[in-house]
Design a protein around this ligand. Structure first.
Ligand code: ADP
Ligand code: MG
Length: 270
């Protein structure tokens, strides 16, 4: 079993006010949690609460001001081979499937690069077979047709599936999904979330599902962390946090989504 852990992590930014003044903004304030392979943890909170900063810290796009991040109990390395290994193991699905794919490149091109980089495929046949397997895993079939398409020929949901396939290419153990469906049509959100849930089960992935939607957080996660102004103000098994919220902010969130079953029905287009 693999684990990815944040231990008392802080992230502070200096932000400039008017004139010469600057002040410190605490985007992440003493956050600790563990992501395990085969489990989904939802990180829930309103805009500006620090969710994406946590994603950036986990991807090493940013570094903690204080505190440590551990992979399988070892502090993560910031450079060299250790960093490359880490980047293979911890992959990301971004919010915007338009921005994350290159309009000039085919679907196959997007998937070949990581397959080659991570040394999983060398010969032409290996690469083609690898691309086909990835497309199958995200249910983009017939795979030979999808491989040749360009991003503009795909729907938002299909594009997000390509982004997921690309994230799977280096055989990660952890997937960080920052609002992976919030830019997609409501009617196809559930399909993409079901795909992620299936991958998590079949491939024993650990998933950090970042969202502001409590209904899907409850449905798709084992554990929910509620973030408010940089801090985790409430955490626990998904049902418990939703049915029995203790923190005022969670109560507000839960009240704003009074009927998760109905909300899921709406999402599935029923
Ligand atoms: P969320 O993803 O929950 O909407 P973010 O993690 O993006 O929140 O942002 C948390 C806070 O940190 C916000 O107040 C945001 O403006 C601030 N912030 C994020 N990145 C930076 C940065 N690079 N420089 C300064 N402030 C930042
Ligand atoms: Mg964000």
């Amino acid at each position: 079993m693999s684990t990815l852990e944040l231990k008392n992590v802080f992230k502070r930014y200096r932000v400039r006010g008017s004139g010469l003044r600057s002040h410190e903004l605490i985007a992440v304030n003493d956050v600790s949690f563990t992501l395990e392979s085969g489990k989904t943890v939802a990180l829930v909170g309103q805009s500006g609460s620090g969710k994406s900063t946590i994603a950036k810290l986990l991807l090493q796009l940013e570094h903690p001001s204080e505190g440590t991040i551990l992979l399988d109990g070892e502090p993560i390395s910031r450079r060299g081979r250790g960093l490359r290994d880490y980047r293979n193991q911890v992959q990301m699905v971004f919010q915007d499937p338009f921005a994350s794919l290159n309009p000039y490149h085919s679907v196959a091109h997007h998937l070949e690069r990581p397959l080659k980089l991570h040394g999983r495929a060398r010969s032409r046949e290996d690469v083609d077979a690898g691309v086909a397997r990835l497309l199958e895993r995200v249910r983009l079939t017939p795979t030979d047709e999808f491989a040749l398409k360009h991003p503009h020929e795909l729907s938002g949901g299909q594009r997000q599936r390509v982004a997921i396939a690309r994230a799977l290419a280096p055989s990660p153990t952890m997937l960080i999904a920052d609002e992976p469906v919030s830019m997609l049509d409501v009617s196809i959100r559930l399909g993409v979330l079901n795909l992620l849930a299936g991958l998590q089960r079949e491939e024993d992935l650990g998933v950090l599902y970042i969202t502001h939607d409590l209904a899907t957080a409850r449905h798709f996660s084992d554990e929910i962390l509620v973030m408010y102004r940089g801090e985790i103000v409430e955490r626990g098994p998904a049902d418990e946090v939703i049915l029995n919220p203790r923190h005022e902010y969670t109560k507000l969130l839960a009240a704003a989504a009074p009927n998760p079953e109905l909300r899921l029905k709406q999402l599935s287009g029923a």
